[in-house]
Unconditional design. Structure first.
Length: 350
């Protein structure tokens, strides 16, 4: 009997211990489960609160903080505060980008995607000319070298030859009238070496030095949404401008006596220092008395054509005592001139 009673007591103690372990185990499980549920609930509450506190970006918020427009998913540059948001000039043109400003009052009369980034084509030669004259005198002499081989085969050219010697002014004529890419490289390389004070620079190094100054010049003038890569404006990766920036650059060209005289001429006869005689005609048909697009009010400035930029022209005209600058970009060979005429006529009718 003693043996049986002792064994029963032993079993009772084991059962009590087992129940305590089970209670502890289930208690721990319940605690962990409650803690997990509390964390999940807290996260859901915060998520809902954040959704209420953070508004969904609408068009106004996006346009204020980004250089993008939500209209038609097109990318546009932020409009400069100096631009008039309402077109006061009534005109219908075919060009993709355009702007018209009164150079005397800085008033913007018309714009069509005037701050979109576009390829400059040969209108870039305006800033090339301005940069050259920051470091060189029109009477300085430059010799044409192997740099003219850097231009593309399908480039417009002034037919310079290695060994030709010209003044800076004569090279600017070759740059601006027939739109010579060979003149652009000759000016860029020689000016780059002069800026660096090192005649031993390679052509590539000289152009790099020169283009740094070109972009500095553009920013200084207020053409802040441009980046020029090559001196002739030929299509290149990373190269862009805007119609507005080109108008700003054009105004600076008109303020320079040397450039303004050159771009106002339809034809120029030159005798270079090495004896060659040349005659250049301006690619700007608005200046050609024999062209259907001729307008006597026009005083310049520069045409351009490229695969990315299309056909374009930055022109200037004096109407009723005021000077107006018009940049017509992304057009066709003839429509660029017709667009310019339509704009001139619209200004006259105001």
């Amino acid at each position: 009997m003693d043996y049986q009673n002792n064994n029963g007591n032993y079993d009772n103690r084991n059962r009590r211990k087992s129940k305590k372990k089970k209670r502890r185990y289930f208690g721990a499980v319940c605690f962990v489960l409650c803690l997990f549920l509390a964390v999940v609930a807290f996260g859901i509450v915060n998520l809902i609160r954040d959704g209420k506190d953070s508004p969904i970006p609408d068009k106004k918020i996006t346009q204020k903080n980004e250089d993008y427009s939500l209209v038609d998913d097109e990318q546009n540059e932020t409009v400069s505060p100096s631009l008039d948001p309402v077109n006061s000039l009534s005109v219908n043109i075919t060009a993709a980008n355009a702007i018209v400003i009164n150079a005397d009052t800085n008033e913007t009369l018309y714009q069509k995607k005037g701050t979109d980034k576009i390829a400059p084509a040969s209108t870039a030669k305006m800033i090339t000319a301005l940069t050259v004259l920051d470091y060189c005198s029109p009477d300085d002499e430059m010799r044409v070298g192997a740099e003219i081989k850097l231009m593309h085969d399908d480039s417009s050219r002034a037919w310079l030859m290695q060994g030709d010697t010209l003044t800076v002014r004569q090279l600017l004529v070759a740059l601006m009238l027939p739109s010579g890419n060979d003149a652009a490289y000759t000016l860029a390389v020689n000016t780059g070496k002069k800026i660096a004070g090192d005649k031993g620079l390679s052509n590539a190094q000289s152009i790099s030095v020169f283009m740094d100054k070109v972009n500095q010049k553009a920013k200084l003038l207020g053409a802040e949404n441009s980046n020029f890569v090559v001196p002739d404006g030929y299509d290149a990766d990373g190269q862009y401008t805007t119609a507005y920036d080109l108008a700003v650059i054009a105004k600076a060209c008109l303020d320079d006596s040397c450039i303004s005289e050159i771009v106002a001429s339809y034809s120029s006869n030159e005798k270079w220092l090495n004896g060659r005689e040349v005659t250049y005609n301006n690619t700007n048909k608005l200046l050609n008395p024999n062209s259907q697009y001729y307008r006597p009010e026009v005083i310049g400035l520069k045409t351009g054509t490229s695969s990315l930029g299309g056909a374009c022209i930055v022109s200037a005209a004096v109407i009723n005592g005021n000077t107006y600058i018009c940049a017509v970009m992304g057009s066709t060979k003839n429509d660029r001139f017709q667009d310019s005429i339509d704009i001139i006529d619209a200004i006259k009718s105001q």
